[in-house]
Design a protein around this ligand. Sequence first.
Ligand code: GH3
Ligand code: MG
Ligand code: MG
Ligand code: MG
Ligand code: MG
Length: 295
Amino acid sequence: MGTGGGMRVLIADDTIVTRMMVSSWVRDMGYEPILAQDGAEALEIAFRDGFDIAVIDWEMPRLTGMEVIRQLKEHPRTAYGHLILVTGRSDQNSLIQALDGGADDFIRKPLVPAELVARVRAGARIVELRNRIIRLAETDPLTGAANRRSFLERAEAAAADTERRQRSLSVLLLDIDHFKSVNDTRGHAGGDEALKRLVECCGMVLRPNDLLGRFGGEEFVVLLPETNAYVAVGIADRLRQAIEAMTVEHAPEPFRITASIGVSGVGADGIDAALRRADDALYAAKKAGRNRVEL
Ligand code: GH3
Ligand code: MG
Ligand code: MG
Ligand code: MG
Ligand code: MG
């Protein structure tokens, strides 16, 4: 979704008048119109920038609306967009063909503003629900970090991409030191507060493209794209220092924690192997006295 919770609505039509009309109706709904003048451009924009809802003309030169829909449904990045097909055809067979071909909805020409707006609004309800479900499925409820499953899914995709493009990728495995005694002395609620604060703190140190996941209890993972293992050690140490310096606000008195971090580059042997190396490094950091980074 775009900023402010507004929907991004992709409008693909080879007729400029239609594009402009639909665009102004969509804008009046408070949503963001994105215009494509044919099917090829629609795909290019969709794969690059994403979208929430698409209003797609069936008859377009080069690539028909049905072909666009087929390709959008095939790619994980665009498979869940809500697709509304627009057509001059009014026979029942066309409608069946459209829905079976992956369209989520169907509007007949001539376009009537009230109908288009109602169908886009109905699509927005589905997209909102979808986004909510995805958020729930992918995030750890306590800290808001990615959960283990979604972290691994995204890390594996990033590893495959990195390998193909011959770039670098690193992982960090972070474990809070003596967390048992944090729970024992500050209570379980104090421990929870420390976990939340740690995630906030990591968010301030990491870049937008880095991914932070909660792997288990008080163990976190960080994926660092475009970062080799040596640079990753530097980032890990900035994280370690930021964690050491932060205060966890908790009654009756604020307290501090430290963490140990294991670092590994991700190679051709994949994410699991890199996480095993990071885990060995983490073990070494613990053994060497904690509040340390090891490669
Ligand atoms: P070390 O320095 O060797 O890592 O010591 P540690 O005490 O941190 O290690 P250990 O992994 O043995 O203990 C982790 C503790 O984390 C045990 C468990 O009670 C606590 N824990 C796990 N999940 C949660 C949680 O969601 N909230 C809180 N408050 N505590 C948790
Ligand atoms: Mg057309
Ligand atoms: Mg620990
Ligand atoms: Mg642990
Ligand atoms: Mg271990």
